[in-house]
Design a protein around this ligand. Structure first.
Ligand code: SF4
Length: 349
């Protein structure tokens, strides 16, 4: 199978074009076509000599993944199921915000973290995504916004969050390379403020992130305010203690100069209790995190239900009493199965 051109960093693309005996400016032209004009065929690169186009086409794949399904929610959330070259399917989502769009993208086919509330967890990990498969999700979502614009939103300047299928720290090499391409002015040229990794917080992954030179935002899903509560909801990441996970995330936040976010999924009777709120408040008091409270997006076939509105407000109030900034976030697209992995799961039957 041909290598995906989107798996190449800008420097690697320069080297690949140089290997074909071409001057440096040709690589700049190719990058312009790929990331500026976002063409989907080598033949569309009309200012390149025909033999260069043919040589590149013989070596590198350029095709977008096929959208198997596209669903639009009443709240404007757009959810996509893409089929990759080997037939594996992944989900990506466009979430409309007031003045921008947030792209929620996948880092793996399936996931090994076994989180109790997540449809992706059910089938286990199938494989890691390649760098190019991550970049192609962003480009495909940009194409969709270009063809079907949202009010007040520029297609080329999304926020990107690794919050789709998979645990991004479990595939950190490809995730880091793709972020490099997103942030490079010769690639997608996004601001680092626009890119965020959302993790379930496996200890080994957090340590690798800390040791890396990445400096994008970090959202940590805890699942419980003590080790046994966390382990019950998130069995694999829960092998690392809550305190260690928070220490690692705090050190990452200090290194990058960015306050971290704790994502707290509110599950009725489990993670929405006053006891969990008190414990979380004590844990986060005087730590540099804000909390996003997210009512569970329930799965079709599961007994777990979202917290009620009153319990959500009470949970928020307890955190605030501990001096913790806490915000209630809607989980969008309920009418289109926008919870992570549900669309793919329905297709797989
Ligand atoms: S919530 Fe995220 S980390 Fe947990 S199983 Fe689902 S995809 Fe994996």
């Amino acid at each position: 199978m041909k290598k995906m051109v989107y798996s190449l960093t800008p420097d690697e693309l320069t080297a690949a074009v140089a290997d074909l005996g071409q001057p440096r400016y040709r690589a700049d032209q190719v990058r312009q076509w790929l990331y500026g004009k976002r063409v989907t065929a080598w033949d569309a690169m009309t200012n390149l000599p025909r033999d260069l186009r043919e040589s590149l086409a013989g070596r590198f794949a350029l095709e977008r993944p096929a959208p198997v399904e596209r669903q639009v929610s009443r709240d404007g959330t757009r959810k996509f199921l893409f089929a990759l070259a080997d037939g594996a399917t992944i989900e990506s989502v466009i979430i409309p915000m007031a003045d921008h769009a947030t792209f929620c993208i996948s880092s793996q086919v399936g996931c090994a973290m076994a989180c109790r509330f997540c449809a992706t967890a059910r089938g286990g990990l199938v494989r890691n995504l390649e760098t190019g498969e991550i970049i192609l999700q962003v480009l495909s979502l940009m194409d969709d916004l270009r063809d079907d614009p949202l009010p007040n939103v520029t297609a080329g300047h999304p926020n990107v969050v690794f919050m789709g299928m998979g645990e991004p720290l479990d595939n950190l090499d490809a995730v880091a390379r793709s972020i490099g391409i997103m942030l490079d002015p010769r690639g997608l040229g996004l601001s680092r403020r626009r890119v965020r990794i959302s993790t379930s917080g496996p200890g080994p992954g957090l340590r690798s992130l800390l040791a890396s030179d990445l400096d994008v935002g970090l959202t940590l899903s805890l699942g419980g305010a003590d080790d046994s509560a966390r382990k019950a909801v998130m069995p694999v990441p829960g092998r690392t203690s809550v305190r260690e996970v928070l220490d690692l995330a705090e050190r990452y936040g200090k290194r990058t100069g960015r306050r971290g976010t704790v994502a707290w999924v509110l599950i009725a009777g489990r993670t929405d209790t006053p006891e969990q709120a008190e414990a979380l408040g004590r844990l986060l008091a005087r730590r540099p995190f804000k909390v996003n409270l997210i009512p569970l997006n329930p799965l079709d076939d599961d007994a777990l239900q979202p917290a009620g509105h009153a319990d959500t407000l009470a949970f928020q109030a307890i955190l605030k009493r501990h001096g913790v900034d806490a915000f209630i976030r809607a989980s969008g697209g309920r009418d289109i199965a926008a919870a992570c992995g549900q669309l793919r799961r329905r297709r797989l039957g």
